[in-house]
Design a protein around this ligand. Structure first.
Ligand code: SAH
Length: 248
């Protein structure tokens, strides 16, 4: 089954862009996924094809009009009734690998790219649209964010990646960062590869990797580590975890 993506944008020429090469490009050529771009400006109704206007209440920049965007969204939705619609916005829910995995197992996705100051908020009340963010950074437009969402989905589609296991051992798949990697030469600038990785003892290697994964997650991403512990311990209501201090 083809994963059908539609991107609503003022800059359709940005697509497929980097997704036209390498794994994603080959998968596109083979029909594993498809891509349609929709020019938002085609849904403007005035002779100047206006898509934006000044912010109500004043201030800098321009705001994308709800009526024009809704017409573009309705058009994309009509041919893809079951695909979720995601709007790219720093005000959205931060994307997770879990959300990407569920998108990739579905029929496809409709991605709405903002520009300028963003969207007229009424769009989100009037249509079923999930607001998603790439993280706490501000881009000049939603297009790079849409490329990221698609790239992350496409690599999970059946047949796109070489070894099936390379999709499930990655960072975040089990709530942890991945363990560090090494390759030849065995010694480089006086630094050697950890001995255990050259031992050939698969059980020991797996244990070392699991331990490194836990150490690195705890040090680099205390937020992920806390969530991981919470998911693992699942305290009964009112129960405390060992490492928590009682309330004063
Ligand atoms: N005024 C907005 C930023 C607008 S940036 C604010 O402060 O929240 C212009 C467009 O870039 C946005 O409409 C959105 O589509 C895209 N964009 C910027 N940062 C993003 C992020 N972190 N995640 C997803 N999309 C983003």
């Amino acid at each position: 089954m083809t994963f059908a993506a539609a991107v609503l944008t003022l800059y359709p020429e940005m697509f497929p862009g980097p997704l036209g090469v390498s794994l994603a490009g080959r998968a596109l050529a083979e029909g594993t996924w498809s891509l349609e771009t929709v020019q938002i400006r085609d849904f403007a109704t005035d002779k100047h094809r206006t898509v934006d206007d000044t912010p109500a209440g004043g201030g800098a920049g321009m705001v994308l009009r709800a009526d024009v965007l809704a017409a573009a969204v309705d058009h994309a939705r009509a041919s893809r009734p079951s695909a979720p619609i995601l709007a790219m916005t720093p005000r959205g829910t931060p994307l997770t690998q879990a959300r990407i995995r569920s998108l990739a197992s579905g029929p496809g996705v409709i991605l709405l790219c903002g520009r300028f100051e963003g969207f007229d908020e009424r769009l989100f009340a009037a249509r079923e649209i999930e607001e998603v963010s790439l993280g706490d950074v501000v881009l000049s437009g939603g297009e790079p964010a849409a490329l990221v969402v698609l790239d992350a989905c496409i690599r999970l589609l059946p047949g796109v990646m070489g070894a099936p296991s390379s999709g499930t051992e990655e960072s975040f798949e089990n709530g942890l960062l991945e363990y560090p990697h090494y390759t030849r030469p065995a010694t480089w600038e006086g630094r050697t590869i950890p001995q255990v990785l050259r031992s050939g003892d698969h059980a020991k290697i797996a244990a070392w990797r699991q331990r490194q994964s836990e150490i690195d997650t705890r040090l680099r991403r205390p937020d992920l580590w806390e969530r991981h512990l919470g998911a693992r311990v699942q305290p009964a209501s009112g129960a405390r975890r060992e490492n928590e201090e009682p309330d004063q």
